[in-house]
Design a protein around this ligand. Structure first.
Ligand code: PEP
Ligand code: MN
Length: 353
């Protein structure tokens, strides 16, 4: 940690801070400038979070900063020296033709696609067929929906989960669906292959902690007003409770711009690739809110380094029960998948379709 003393700090203030640092097991390296003193506290910061607050409230202290990031399990440094440091998730599942698996976080570009909400058997089966036909590997669909209005469609709940499981069985695609409440963990876990934690729940810490009781991979969406550090700390909650199968999904943030639903923050993609070993996913559907913007922003996401994309696709977007305006139809989705190939190739990512 680096402790910057106030220019008016007295000699005994500096000595008190030095003593406190040593009491916590650090060695102090003071730098006495002409105007102020800076103290470098060198040592292992893990498990000593209390020191930060103690130091910040000491007389004569201006600023306390960590040298290492506070997210210890998700940061890239933790994998230093490992030959392939990036986390690669292997999603295994059963379907009518036997066992299947999808690898996410490696060289292959993985596309997750499907409707915003699970609406009916017909809609889900047709979605799965169209997604698979174009090369998507993972099927999405919300059974519990976080809606702004309590009067909007809230999801088919367990009936929706059953339809997802049926589509997996028929089409051989693992499924991803949102978990909104820790009370539903056991239920959702029974049907899904990947648990999605939505933007509105990114900092629902009890929910994040509950995920430690499953080994199921988790896709953690970015909160719409969350910083990268807050997002990584949210991921740290999941890893620290024992589940290290986590991926991060950029889905757009709130800014002053009102022209589109959200601003897909593509700066986040290379930033996360630099800071963490976890796979990075981009969701240009929620990130833009407009179907005609999904394809260009999907291409840009891959160019920026995303391992995977989440795309909302509906057989008939005009009739969708949620997020129809940002959903691609079958031909539009097929066209997107075609356009992705040369971009993926340009950044050394393979496309299995
Ligand atoms: C969704 O994936 O349909 C969804 C509600 O996402 P977000 O949490 O990003 O709004
Ligand atoms: Mn949606």
């Amino acid at each position: 940690m680096i402790i910057t003393m106030n220019p008016n700090a007295r000699k005994e203030d500096i000595e008190n801070v030095e003593r406190l640092i040593e009491d916590f097991g650090y060695t102090v390296h003071p730098i006495h400038g002409t105007n102020l003193t800076v103290l470098a506290a060198v040592g292992d910061e893990r498990g000593k979070e209390g020191l930060y607050d103690r130091l910040s409230s000491q007389h004569g202290v201006d600023k306390v900063e960590y040298i290492l990031p506070p997210y210890k399990l998700v940061c890239r440094e933790v994998r230093k020296g490992i030959e392939r440091p990036d986390t690669v998730l292997k999603i295994q599942f059963d379907w009518k033709e036997g066992k299947g698996s999808v690898t996410l976080g490696g060289d292959e570009l993985v596309v997750m696609a499907g409707p915003c909400s699970v609406e009916s058997r017909e809609q889900m089966m047709e979605s799965a067929r169209l997604c698979k036909e174009s090369g998507a590997k993972i099927l999405r669909g919300g059974a519990f929906k976080p809606r702004t209005s309590p009067y909007s469609f809230q999801g088919l709940e367990e009936d929706g989960l059953k339809l997802l499981a049926e589509a997996r069985h028929e089409y051989g695609m693992p499924v991803i669906t949102e978990l909104m409440d820790a009370h539903h963990l056991e239920l959702v876990d029974r049907y899904t292959d990947i648990i999605q934690i939505g933007a509105r729940n990114m900092q629902n810490f009890m929910l994040l902690k509950a995920l430690g009781s499953t080994k199921r991979p988790v896709l953690l969406k970015r909160g719409m007003s969350s910083t990268i550090d807050e997002w990584l700390m949210a991921a740290e909650y999941i890893l620290s409770t024992g589940n290290n199968q986590v991926m991060l999904c950029e889905r757009g943030i709130r800014t002053f711009e009102t022209k589109y639903r959200n601003v897909l923050d593509l700066n986040a993609v290379p930033t996360l690739r630099k800071l963490t070993h976890l796979p990075v996913i981009a969701d240009p559907s929620h990130g833009t809110g407009q179907a005609d913007m999904v394809t260009p922003m999907a291409l840009a996401s891959v160019a920026a380094g995303a391992h995977s994309l989440m795309i909302e696709m509906h057989p008939d977007p005009a009739k969708a029960w949620s997020d129809g305006a940002q959903s691609l139809d079958g031909p539009q989705f097929a066209e997107l998948m075609k356009k992705l190939k040369p971009v993926a190739r340009a950044v050394n990512r393979t496309t299995p379709w």
